[in-house]
Design a protein around this ligand. Structure first.
Ligand SMILES: [Zn+2]
Length: 96
């Protein structure tokens, strides 16, 4: 019985997420597992903030997962800019 309840909760969660992310890009951009602020065991796709090019060594405020890779950002506004147009900052997946 517990399993069924969990499954239902999962489906509801997915439905809710889909409604929240109607923008095509946003649907592809998932929050990284960043509940804690410890990023030491996170393998980032880049050593720099893709938006402002700042080194992530200085400090990561937020992270984001895109195309299965994790990107770190120095500020919420950098993350927001990336979310608005990830392909501007990540060339992967584009035809060359
Ligand atoms: Zn930045």
């Amino acid at each position: 019985m517990g399993t069924i309840k969990l499954t239902l909760a999962g489906i509801l969660l997915v439905l809710f997420s889909c409604k929240k992310n109607q923008n095509g890009y946003e649907a592809m951009v998932e929050e990284a597992a960043s509940s804690g602020k410890n990023y030491s065991n996170v393998a980032f796709a880049s050593e720099n903030d893709k938006v402002c090019q700042m080194s992530l060594d200085i400090g990561i405020v937020d992270t984001l997962q895109f195309n299965g890779k994790v990107y770190g950002f120095c500020s919420q506004s950098c993350k927001q800019q990336f979310t608005n147009n990830p392909h501007k900052y990540v060339s992967e997946g584009l035809l060359k």
